[in-house]
Design a protein around this ligand. Structure first.
Ligand code: MLT
Ligand code: ZN
Length: 493
């Protein structure tokens, strides 16, 4: 990047809030995905005015510009594919207003999810979308991906709470969308367009969020099954009754074993478990817990363990959230990676989907852990690959393609909560075949110079195992080896 451009950035931000140091550029080339690419410069603006000046500069010199929150994105959203400017928004972390009487709050994009809920919780309210990375992820990142988590069945996703946004457009103009009222039918719902746009249409600099009441009580039961299919069937048996659990987390035996091995939590070592949470008025919670227990038994659960103890519920939830890192301890030579990681299927199709994923894993000689927010059909798989083996990555990619083909055949989507970016781009293009051209036109209308987070979603061409953070395809790569099912069984002991 030319010295003159860096000088202009320095005039906007000062030296302190920008960096071209090798170490900084290296770390800002990662997010939580499998990809890596180094940017040219990192900037840390403090307000919308500074963001606007940076974007105007990027627009003038046609340089890529990539907004970034905490870097918890799983598909390469903040990886600067074509280099350029990373805009780190974590210094814009003020909760500007909490208006309980009007049921909204106004926050900057760098506010961390759990920190916002700590403030709202004091008033008996919350922003309940519950992403797995809630301790670290930012509200801006959640808006960019329409993030959600385990409680979406009852409480919805980020888009259901966004009342309005302030957005710096690719020209540098500052636009306000939506309102501070709970209802609005006033023109195009541009905030809806921005939610889930993954930094390709502008940079969100302020978010107005609707507040929800915190439930007074909650309870959970841990139901164990000898068959993954039965556990999947139990989910739809619960959902088709007129009761509304706040979460049903499914874990297959690979995930159970990995979490037990890593954290020694003593989850039932069975083919599958469901963690079913109900919340609301204490009397309703008791009533619903009873019905849930009954359905579990009728659906083939071999054991259930109900609890109203908040510490126990938090502990189980914590062990569920630990699945992804725990899977990396499943076998010494594997790492757990986000490939085919957050598809959604119609709820009644869960049993068929989870069994199909297992067959695909076996057929391709890979290990897959299946888990997820099954109450709303949102399933996670994490693939265990040997990071140095090209063959392992190639088999993984083949399995991903087969998984997504199955998901699309079942009427599902390739991403329920993490978004598209790089890792899901070819499959999203398949899923959205007849609307992709409209997306392209919208992008072109708002960002004709294609500076905002370029090269992703509908622009991505080719394999998803490109720009890997692992050295499989570099000269440090190990010779290919095959993971056989014997080895899988050995790991699972
Ligand atoms: C979660 O459910 O914990 C997150 O979506 C991350 C993941 O495990 O894929
Ligand atoms: Zn999740």
């Amino acid at each position: 990047m030319k010295r003159a451009v860096l000088d202009e950035l320095e005039k906007i931000l000062g030296q302190e809030r920008m960096s071209t140091k090798t170490a900084d550029l290296y770390v800002y080339g990662f997010d939580a995905s499998i990809h890596h690419k180094t940017p040219h410069v990192v900037v840390r603006p403090k307000d919308a005015h500074e963001v606007s000046e940076i974007v105007k500069l990027a627009n003038r010199i046609r340089t890529p510009i990539i907004p970034r929150g905490a870097g918890t994105a799983m598909c390469g959203h903040t990886v600067p594919l074509k280099g350029g400017i990373i805009v780190d928004l974590t210094q814009m972390n003020k909760i500007k207003e909490v208006r309980i009487e009007d049921l909204y709050c106004v926050v900057e994009p760098g506010v961390v999810y759990d920190k916002l809920n700590a403030v709202l919780g004091k008033h008996g309210f919350w922003f309940p979308t519950s992403p797995g990375s809630g301790e670290a992820c930012t509200i801006g990142g959640m808006v960019a991906t329409n993030a959600s988590g385990m409680r979406a069945i009852k409480y919805g996703a980020t888009r259901d709470y966004v009342l309005g946004l302030e957005v710096v457009l690719p020209t540098g103009e500052i636009m306000h969308t939506g309102t501070r009222t709970l209802k609005n039918s006033s023109g195009y719902q541009l905030d809806r367009l921005m939610v889930g746009s993954e930094g390709t249409l502008g940079i969100v600099t302020e978010i107005t969020l609707k507040l929800a009441f915190k439930p007074k009580a909650s309870a959970m039961t841990l139901a164990a099954f000898d068959s993954l299919y039965d556990a999947g069937k139990c989910v739809s048996n619960i959902i088709k009754r007129p009761l509304m659990p706040s979460a049903i987390e499914l874990m297959d035996s690979v995930c159970i074993k990995a979490v037990n091995k890593c954290m020694n939590v003593g989850l039932p070592d069975k083919a599958a478990i469901l963690m079913i949470e109900v919340d609301g008025h204490p009397a309703a919670v008791e009533d619903e817990l009873k019905i849930v227990e009954e359905i579990c038994r009728q659906s083939g659960a071999v054991s259930t363990e109900p609890t109203r103890d908040k510490k126990r519920i938090d502990f189980w939830t914590y062990s569920r959230k630990a699945i992804m890192p725990a899977l990396s301890r499943y076998g010494e030579k594997f790492v757990s990676v986000a490939l085919a990681d957050d598809m959604s299927v119609p709820i009644s199709k869960i049993p068929e989907a989870v069994v199909a994923f297992q067959k695909i894993a076996e057929r391709n000689g890979v290990v897959i852990g299946t888990y997820g927010h099954s109450a709303d059909g949102n399933l996670h798989t994490k693939m265990l690959v040997e990071p140095f083996s090209q063959d392992s990555w190639r088999r993984g990619e083949k399995a991903v393609t087969e998984i997504f083909d199955k998901v699309i055949e079942l009427g599902g989507t390739v991403t329920g909560e993490h978004g598209v970016s790089i890792t899901k781009a070819p499959y999203m293009q398949k899923e959205r075949a007849d609307s992709i051209e409209t997306m392209r036109r919208i992008k072109k209308a708002l960002d004709p110079k294609n500076i905002m987070n370029p090269g992703k979603m509908f622009e991505w061409q080719g394999s998803i195992i490109a720009h890997l953070r692992y050295p499989a395809f570099s000269e440090r790569a190990a010779p290919a080896s095959v993971v056989d099912q014997e080895e899988h069984r050995a790991c699972s002991k």
